[in-house]
Design a protein around this ligand. Sequence first.
Ligand code: BDR
Ligand code: CA
Length: 309
Amino acid sequence: KPQLLIDTDPGVDDALAILMAYAHADIAGLSIAAGNVGLAHTVRNARTLVDLAGAATPVFAGCAAPLVRAADEDAAFVHGQDGFGDIGFAEPAAALADEPAALALLRLTRERPGELTLVALGPLTNLALALRLDPGLPERVARLVVMGGAVTGHGNTGKVPAEFNIGFDPEAAHVVFEAFPAFDLVDWEATLRHAFDDAEFDGWLAAGDRRADFFGKIMGAARRYNAKHDRRGVIAADALAMAVALDPSIVTRRETRAVAVELDGRLTRGATVVDWSARLGRPAQANIVLEVDQARFAAMVRRALGVPG
Ligand code: BDR
Ligand code: CA
């Protein structure tokens, strides 16, 4: 079974990714970032997921703001004001650990060197802070999988070529991209190519168990937003990254390239600049996931929602 450490800002698609992780792996900890919505909400949402899973996973609160500059935008307009579709869930019972996320990332990877796959599903603030405290972190993780970026400039933020997780904290992404000699990058554009058909997804929601009921509720706001903006299908960026983390053999097409983050730029701050033609003379550190086996991805999601068979 894969052993995961998940850094996340839940978030609707983060929730699906975490349900997938519970169904297919062991989770050593959830370290929480601000991103989709503020930290108080993302921490609470993570605890709600721990309750739903009936697990005892430690939840570590991380950075409430980006490393350097305040973010221009959050994603409450997609995920709901509380990040979970504004359903009004009761206060979760799961505890919040008394250790900052960056320190927990360092401690857990020291306790289990080489064992944990780090899965980053939100802005990279906690990881960057951990790296500044201890640059030895990359040597202690089995793999890093990042959901982030828009590799040909088709972003999803107000800075057109920037994807949300990178655009929220570009300096943090820069620190992480410079520090890790190799990582898997699952970008927004790959996500759009791997959306699920709406009717098919509704069938899974109807056939699944309480996890499907829960997910059907929290995704309502995002679905309404997508319908209004003519986005078809169920887009689940973090779920795709989680599929790659859980089973790297699901990847059917990839390109390994140097990727840097634009830190300035009037219109381009937060863009991921991919050195497609190897002009920068930098080591190619990012395994860019271009395509996965959609049927296997779907099977992982169905199992996470408790769909029989
Ligand atoms: C990413 O941004 C967030 O809104 C999602 O949870 C995902 O991690 C997609 O750009
Ligand atoms: Ca996320």
